[in-house]
Design a protein around this ligand. Structure first.
Ligand code: 5GP
Ligand code: ZN
Length: 115
């Protein structure tokens, strides 16, 4: 497993910082966002550290499939038919934690385009 000592999400994955975990698989972990912006707001993260989704895809393309499949499983468990998946990539569009994470958002109506 690839981890980064300074990384918040690596610490949650390792259990060093508490997280409200909703799904664990061999290669991904999903936990509730500490500052939810929808009734369901879960972050699905790969166990292996990478800075963003494109870096994960370059290192291990199948792992991106695992993230999407886990997001669908989380949505199903939450009873959501409709939900939004978001990978913010870069501080300019709001990325604040530089460990790949797929936001799973649902439980309210949403507008498009996003702000
Ligand atoms: P980003 O802005 O990078 O796309 O998303 C990072 C997300 O991580 C934010 O929605 C933020 O609320 C969440 N977050 C930041 N620190 C923590 C934490 O310590 N625990 C959890 N569960 N979520 C966090
Ligand atoms: Zn990390």
């Amino acid at each position: 497993m690839i981890a980064s000592d300074a990384c918040l999400f690596c610490k949650i994955i390792a259990g060093d910082i508490p997280g409200d975990i909703v799904l664990i698989t061999d290669d991904v972990v999903a936990f509730r966002d500490v500052n939810p912006v929808a009734p369901t707001h879960v972050l699905v993260v790969p166990r292996d550290h990478a800075a963003n989704a494109a870096e994960t895809a370059a290192a291990d393309p199948a792992l991106v499939g695992s993230l999407v499949a886990a997001a669908a499983e989380v949505a199903s468990r939450e009873g959501l038919d409709d939900y939004r998946m978001v990978f913010n990539t870069g501080a300019g569009v709001g990325q604040s934690v530089f460990h790949t994470h797929l936001h799973v958002l649902g439980g309210r109506s949403m507008t498009w385009p996003p702000g």
